[in-house]
Design a protein around this ligand. Structure first.
Ligand code: HPA
Length: 265
């Protein structure tokens, strides 16, 4: 079931793409090396589909289709709220992938560790979120949709991921993720507040993405990869280069996880 705002534009894009996929994968900043081993690859850049976006270092903007274990997979890049100040592109992206046939979405995000027990290179299975963006992609839907988010992060996928982590010796934590809009990192006082709220990881995505995709009936797994300690008084300040470097170091485990999960779907 796809809820479509602008059927015409989406249908045209889907027709131009001329491919399908049942599994979607979103790689966060710097996780480019986590790309699963796919064959029969077909790539199409967003700008060739008339989608306009801003440049962000570490992010390419394209759909990459490929075969993995007899299934068609689509690996694609997010379009963030902080790029434009509106959610038009975000909504468009998930409506496209829904129309392309995606039923399961494996998402990753580079994240700061708010929980003091987490360290760079730790992976966190997100079980719930706190949305502090002040935004919601479902605002403006006609008819209005009141959506229960209790099962947004799919329990079956969480269990599959956890079992794979155990069998492959990849340590996985469970935690609560928070999205703020960015593009500034948090202040030390904001991090203090997030700790009081029980947040484990923070980033500038993908809670809004998850809400939009879930509202379209897509099952979601979200893995936050810790790239840095959150920016509080005790820790050094963060920079995007460090985030990208640490994400690169985590990519091998993320790739194994994604591939093994796909074998189970
Ligand atoms: N804060 C917000 N977004 C991020 C961070 C962070 O510490 N690390 C990676 N993305």
């Amino acid at each position: 079931m796809c809820y479509i705002l602008n059927m015409n534009r989406i249908d045209k894009i889907v027709k131009k793409i001329n491919d399908r996929a049942e599994i979607g994968i979103v790689l966060g900043s710097g996780f480019g090396n986590a790309l699963p081993e796919i064959t029969n690859v077909h790539e199409i850049e967003y700008h060739n589909l008339g989608i306009k976006y801003n440049k962000v270092e570490g992010h390419t903007r394209k759909f990459v289709f490929g075969d993995f274990n007899g299934k068609r997979v689509l690996i694609f890049n997010r379009l963030h709220f902080y790029e434009s100040g509106n959610l038009d592109n975000l909504r468009l992206l998930y409506k496209i992938i829904c129309k392309l046939g995606v039923k399961t979405l494996l998402m990753s995000t580079a994240a700061g560790a708010v929980n003091k027990n987490l360290n760079p290179a730790d992976l966190v299975l997100v079980t719930d979120h706190i949305n502090l963006t002040g935004q919601n992609p479902l605002i403006g839907n006609n008819p209005v949709k009141f959506l229960d988010l209790k099962n947004l992060y799919d329990k079956e996928l969480l269990n599959i991921a956890e079992k794979i982590g155990e069998s492959k010796g990849i340590k996985l934590n469970r935690g609560i993720h928070c999205q703020l809009t960015g593009p500034t990192y948090e202040t030390p006082s904001e991090i203090k507040m997030l700790r009081l709220l029980g947040v484990d990881t923070v980033s500038m995505s993908p809670v809004l993405d998850a809400i939009e995709a879930y509202s379209l009936g897509i099952k979601i797994l979200l893995i936050a990869g810790v790239t840095n300690k959150a920016c509080d008084i005790e820790n050094d300040s963060i920079n995007h280069k460090e985030v990208l470097e640490n994400a690169g170091a985590m990519s091998k485990n993320l790739k194994t996880l994604f591939e093994e999960i796909m074998l189970k779907l």
